[in-house]
Design a protein around this ligand. Structure first.
Ligand code: SME
Length: 148
């Protein structure tokens, strides 16, 4: 079961030991991915001007290393300033396929007064992401926002 507080505590210790932001974002992805079997692809995109740029990920390789704001589920989340849970990607018009196996997707923004990026998760299971997943990921995303 993913425990956002536990992941944040681990990241906090690494930061105290001198880990920089890039390392902390890689560790966050690694720990999130390892926490649930239904997290099949986990990555962080950072917002650079009008584009999301893939910072690091674990899972199948994707063509979508740069996504314009407003495109895809990822770019729509930024444009609309909200987290997006897509239970069935085949029904989302804006969806950009990373893999044909993917069935559902969750985007959680990394933000404070501004949007810095997002944690993006794909699952091969339909309707894979629960309210609890979202709550736990929000804890990690909020902590990551403090690094900017
Ligand atoms: N599905 C995303 C693109 C990113 S890949 O899933 C890694 C989207 O629709 O924006």
């Amino acid at each position: 079961m993913m425990d956002g507080r536990e992941i944040v505590e681990t990241l906090e210790v690494l930061r105290e030991d001198g880990a920089d932001r890039d390392r902390l974002m890689r560790e966050a992805v690694r720990r999130i991915e390892g926490s649930e079997d239904h997290f099949d692809w986990v990555g962080i995109y950072l917002l650079e001007d009008d584009e999301l740029v893939l910072h690091n990920y674990i899972g199948r390789p994707t063509d979508h290393v740069r996504i314009p704001v407003g495109r895809g589920v990822c770019g729509t989340a930024v444009e609309e300033g909200r987290d997006i849970n897509v239970p069935d990607v085949s029904r989302a018009d804006e969806y950009l396929a990373c893999s044909t196996e993917t069935a559902s997707e969750l985007v959680v923004l990394i933000r404070d007064s501004e949007i810095h990026g997002q944690i993006d998760l794909d699952s091969d299971d339909p309707d894979a992401f629960s309210e609890r997943d979202q709550t736990e990921l929000r804890r990690v995303a909020d902590w990551l926002a403090g690094l900017f």
